[in-house]
Design a protein around this ligand. Sequence first.
Ligand code: BGC
Length: 917
Amino acid sequence: MQVVKSGQKPIDLTVCDYFHNPVGYSIDHLSMSWKLPAVRNGIRQTAYQIVAAHNKDSLDTNPIWDSGKVISDMSINVPYGGKPLLSRERVYWKVRYWDEHGKISGWSDINFFEAGLLSNSDWHGKWILSSDPRIKQINRNTERTKTSKRSADYVPPAYFRKEVKVENSVVSARLYVACRGVFQFYINGEKVGKDFWGTGWTDYNKRIQTNTYDITTLVSSGENTFAAVIGDGWYSGNFGWKPGSRGLYGDRPELLAQIEIVFKDGTRKTISTDDTWKYSYGPIIYSDIYDGEKYDARREMPNWNKNGFDDSKWKNPKSKNVEAIPLLEPRRNQPIVVKDVLLPISVRKISDGTYIFDLGQNMTGRPRIKIPSDEGRKITVRYGEMLNKDGTLYTENYRSAECIDTYVSAGKFGFDEWEPMFTFRGFRYVELSGLQRNSKPTSEWVRGVVLYNDIPLTGSFVCSNPKVNILQNNIQWTQRSNFFSVPMDCPQRDERLGWAADAQIYCSTATFNMNVKAFFAKWLIDLSDTINFEGAVGHMAPIIDNNYGSAGWSDAMVVATWDIYMAYGDKNILSQNYNAMKSWVDYMKKESKDLIRPDTGFGDWLQPNSRQTNGNKYSPMSDAPNSLIGTAYFVRCADLLSKSAEILGYVGDAKKYAGLADDVRKAFRAKFISSDGVVVGDCQTSYLLPLAFDIVPKAQRVKIFDNLIKAINRDGGMLNTGIIGTQFLNPILTEFGRPDLAYKILLNEVQPSWLHAVNMGATTLWERWDGFNPKEGFGTTAMNSFNHPVYGSIGKWLYKYVAGIWYDESVAGYKNIMFAPTIGGGLTFAASNYETPYGTATSSWKMHEGIVEWKVIIPPNATGTLKFPTKNRKSICINGNLVDDSKLLLDNDIFVMRNVESGTYEIQVKSFGFSQE
Ligand code: BGC
């Protein structure tokens, strides 16, 4: 916990989706958050005051907004009350609070936020693009692609430049960029910004995010060269597993840039892309997300992005006007940056000139190679997540994504250093071939450059079982690998798509590991952009095909929105997506027959031992019928929509959708549940869904739960769930009194289980329970990712039930924190720290000779509800004192203490009598 020794001013000021001093991020819903310092137990806010001004110096004398003293305990997502910002406007702000004794704090440090270009009409330049026909340079696809006949023509990334004289002395300068594709921008030879992958992936036909850079230190009076390289990326590269998936949005990438300079005398200069810029091709021959990059160092153009370069042979680009659509919007999520650089743990020779480097960790990004070479030598770089038995790369699971980079040396240096620019993939192993025969590679020759959106880590979990700790580490690495502009299903094969079920199922775990508020806020807009003319939501976002309405997938529109609201407590996420949520629920009603959803969709995807093999061992239909899964989600979505309506004050809708949820509940029960509690499908997922979504009355729950246990016993005491059912298995077992079985399932090491993969040396989560085993080798190549987040839904169980930290559903955003560890599974300790919007929460327990020592930290301005893991009320001691009986409530057989004020608590309980211990 962060302790401020002197002063008690607010700390960690952020704006909107927890951005520190943002320049050019979305300000659609401008709000402010801060934290109180944890200087003493019980510290809380009773009032606050925010002032905002155009200058730091005028905050006290000439503010543009002064909230005055507002009696409120709100310290997160407080709406900005000044006038809506104009494009480019910069505002400074500070805040102070009144504490629980009415004492006023010092003012916080001064922070700021700055608007980007808010409207398409702010862009004065033109889109620029290369004007040559697409070049059929490569035609090598037939051999490698067993499943696809994707066209393999590439247009090389174009290099643009423009030299401009700046005649005055520069006070400040900004660069605004939008890109159809991906870009790297340079000013006077220096790369602008630490980010890669441009403005990220959106439905480019509807909206394009824009980046804003403060380039004040890069521009000076005199000559300046503005330059950029642009690549296909998601816009015009190969994308999607279907044949002919090149150029989803356009034929080639396009760039729109605007440089705005403010001079000392108050005048301004704007430099924009237009057809007076010049372009050429350079050393990058092609660069494709799936297929890789080819770079020929012999074609380098030294100093192409600096002043004085002779571009007389370069061409003028084609240009296009900026239209009203797509919307050009300041970006909503953090950009993709280099988050880590991995060193190989071993280097092994495969044959003369061919070596495999093991990074020791499955990851997403690109390599950095440093090799001795000679002119014209072609180095081929291949990748794998796994190795074949003979030690060669296992590449079959990349399917039609070629994932090969090629580097041709100019032989100019002792060592050539290179990393590809516009391609990425998931890999652990890097193979270099084509090296000099006598070369002696060392681990210095390869690095793994880890890339993902710059989202801060917020949660940790550790316990006494080392294999569970590896699982937790694998969950976090899988999130690192797949939060790449959109929540991807996997980072390696010809998908890397924002499949919506994967995102919604993993969402809660994701909120614990990292602060994903902005990341999901952006993706939920992508998802709402998929809505078709009938009101249906796509099953992935951005959508690349024509499929809508899959149960569990499209429901992400409601479920993930709700999960993000719960985790971060910001109503804006509900209001922003409310119409889309409503559209989805209304569509379900329209599409259903007697409120039962149709039997379509993916079912309980990848259930391991389904009876409905349908002739396909690898991707069977699940035992739980699709219509049952769909109807269960219909209840859930109608419920959540009703709750959202209530929170937003839409009284009529709240009532209407609560009524609809009840009607669908009844229809579900009538259609799928027999009087003895047998649910159609008679499998784990069939029983889990009505329990998880509160579809059955209390009396019936016991029977259904008994039938769930029977189903588990029939399955040998193991899980038999696909991605839909798995997320509920351990939580429901725990909630309904069988944490012992939940632990057993977690700790099972036989396939299907999480720890099977751990035993196989996994460093990320697998897509399939049967991804690999020594007896049968690899699972089907048709679908066998070794870096797939969705089964990471178990992470939520580890945090919420094992360590015992969760939000209180009645007060979103961890304003009140539920602390409820579940002792069991032979664990002797478990601990979690979680950075809530109010500060760090901790739950850490140790078990010793029947005594549980439990440390709880409740962050400032929040409260806690403590659920003691004991049935013996006389054994509860807090900070050395026996607890006063009157402070305890008995809730479902558990002793609970509510409204515990912020602070640190050392608790001791005897776990005597605790169920299943
Ligand atoms: C993806 C899944 C996804 C699914 C749809 C797969 O290929 O990797 O995780 O949800 O397709 O069924």
